[in-house]
Design a protein around this ligand. Structure first.
Ligand SMILES: NC(=O)C1=CN([C@@H]2O[C@H](COP(=O)(O)OP(=O)(O)OC[C@H]3O[C@@H](n4cnc5c(N)ncnc54)[C@H](O)[C@@H]3O)[C@@H](O)[C@H]2O)C=CC1
Ligand code: BAL
Length: 504
């Protein structure tokens, strides 16, 4: 039974021997019950291939492999050596950058030239960043207690870490978690999303080539309710990290608590505001905000999906926005995310496509809101293409201003003054990110202080930096990724009390 299937992507001329098995102990294996999942090309609706789906028993095998590797190999290795393996991995990802990016486009629909290649660039950069942290993050403190007694603190790995990944940035979200976690000295069992598993299965081979010992990284593709639940509930997993919907984040936390009180990092949903004051550089605001909602077809947890514009520049902003979006945000000429001109690819799946359409119908028919599109709906295509869209003059109470749509849909509303703007901006259950546009230093300074969000961009939006911590307030999550936090999140503090005196 072969664990590889040959596939070709004619648009880029790449042929792959694509692994379709679970990746455990550096080998691809079939699932115990033989069940498979089909994966579909979102730009055509056609099946690409099917891969084995992990059962609870398979997840248990993977956890055993990770435990064995942690106790006997990985935790014995010098931090510098772990760093060197990550540097090697970065070189291999760089070598295969275009092949990995093309696989990502095929399976997720993200535009190859304007998006997937960027994801790979970020992954290479963060792999080197975390490689460099491996032998630095461990530094602790010495705390003198009296002349013959002191204490020391150490940062130590958790042990075996479970990770559950979404489909909007399949390799990037996996890499945000894997690389920092390995640098911190843990071993991993990771579950990619069921609709975008093949790029991570393919990339797993690079870990073998780089020299990572068996069991250090294990990949268990499968359904959330089966493999994801098994991982979150596993009694021998010491930490679980998750990116995805708030609803599933809540379930993960419950399972973690009920099983073994494993540590939890959650990166969940968002409904991030962008606030445009009348004194903003409007052309810049328009460009950043369009990018912040239409990049990756709006499938970003930090997408600036709520846009509040000060009333005296509202009409001017909207007319500039319309012109700019028409120029920059397009399907291209072929309804193919490999087309060089494509900046708007399909959304991930039929489920998400229908979910977004239901919001559009609700906004227009139930709430009688005005919707505009830039470009046309593609009724003749079997792919899940949606043009850039926006709703005008949306009241704060609208479902469109409160719920995460996760599609290329902006929601525009007006405000009078700073007090109203900050009240509206903070008025959701989420607190992932926010953007503010103003030329007044006092306004932006006040906004940075008042906004309840883990990230705030001033005169920009959605411009992530891998050296800056990322994570949410309120129901957007718990914990931080990227930056030094991307390693620290995977370490716990140990304190040793050292008594050098001869008495008790
Ligand atoms: N924060 C983010 O980056 C993301 C947010 N979302 C939000 O979630 C909405 C729905 O998308 P879904 O694909 O349904 O997201 P989801 O939260 O169900 O999926 C994310 C990951 O969680 C896993 N999962 C699902 N149920 C699970 C369970 N019971 N236990 C453990 N793992 C489980 C999935 O298999 C996948 O790997 C989107 O419209 C969007 O609003 C979705 C993906 C990413
Ligand atoms: N831009 C990566 C974070 C996210 O959207 O999930």
């Amino acid at each position: 039974m072969s664990m590889f299937e040959t596939i070709t992507i004619p648009q880029v001329g790449f042929t792959y021997s694509l692994p379709i098995g679970l990746f455990i102990n550096n080998k691809y294996v079939a699932s115990k019950d033989g069940k498979k999942i089909d994966t579909v090309n979102p730009s055509t609706g056609e099946k690409i291939t099917s891969f084995y789906a992990a059962s609870e028993e398979d997840v248990d095998d993977a956890v055993k492999a990770a435990r064995e590797a942690y106790e006997n190999v990985w935790s014995m290795m010098a931090a510098e050596e772990r760093g060197l393996l990550l540097y090697k991995l970065a070189d291999l990802i760089e070598r295969d950058k275009y092949k990995l990016a093309a696989l990502e486009t095929l399976d997720s629909g993200k535009p190859y030239h304007s998006n997937a290649v960027n994801d790979l660039q970020q992954i290479i950069q963060l792999t080197r960043y975390f490689a460099g942290s491996a032998d630095k993050y461990t530094k602790g403190e010495t705390i003198p207690l009296n002349h013959d007694k002191y204490a020391m603190t150490f940062k130590v790995p958790y042990g075996v870490v479970g990770q559950v990944i979404p489909w909007n940035y399949p390799l990037a979200m996996a890499s945000w978690k894997i690389q920092g976690c390995l640098a911190a000295g843990n071993t991993i069992v990771i579950k990619p999303a069921e609709n975008t598993s093949i790029s991570l299965l393919y990339m797993a081979q690079l870990f073998v080539e780089a020299g990572f010992p068996p069991g250090v990284l294990n990949v268990v593709p499968g359904l959330g309710a089966t493999a994801g639940t098994a991982l979150a509930a596993h009694p021998d997993v010491n930490k679980i990290a998750f990116t995805g919907s708030t609803q599933v984040g809540q379930k993960i936390m419950e399972l973690a608590g009920k099983s073994n009180l494993k540590a939890v990092t959650l990166e969940c949903g968002g409904k991030s505001p962008a606030v445009v004051f009348a004194d903003a550089a409007l052309d810049n605001a328009v460009e950043w905000i369009a990018n912040g909602i239409y990049y990756n077809s709006g499938q970003n947890c930090t997408a600036n999906s709520r846009v509040y514009i000060q009333e005296r520049v509202y009409d001017e902003f909207i007319s500039k926005f319309r012109v700019f979006v028409r120029k920059m945000w397009t399907f291209g000429e072929k309804l193919d995310p490999f087309d060089e001109k494509c900046t708007v690819g399909p959304v991930i799946s039929e489920t998400q496509y229908l979910r977004i359409l239901s919001y559009l119908e609700h906004g227009q028919n139930e709430e009688r809101l005005k919707m505009e599109t830039v470009g046309d709906f593609q009724k003749d295509s079997r792919g899940y293409f949606l043009p850039p869209l926006y709703f005008l003059d949306v009241p704060q109470s609208s479902k469109l201003n409160q719920e995460e749509i996760f599609g290329p849909v902006a929601v525009f509303s007006k405000f009078k003054d700073y007090e109203e703007a900050i009240k509206l901006a903070n008025d959701t259950m989420y607190g992932l990110a926010a953007a503010v546009f103003s030329e007044n230093v006092r306004t932006v300074n006040q906004f940075v202080r008042d906004i309840k969000a883990g990230t705030v961009w001033v005169n920009s939006s959605n411009d992530e930096e891998i050296s800056v911590p990322f994570g949410g307030f309120k129901m957007s999550g718990i914990g931080r990724e990227l930056g030094q936090s991307g390693v620290d999140s995977y370490a716990q503090l140990k304190a040793a009390h050292i008594n050098l005196s001869n008495y008790t």
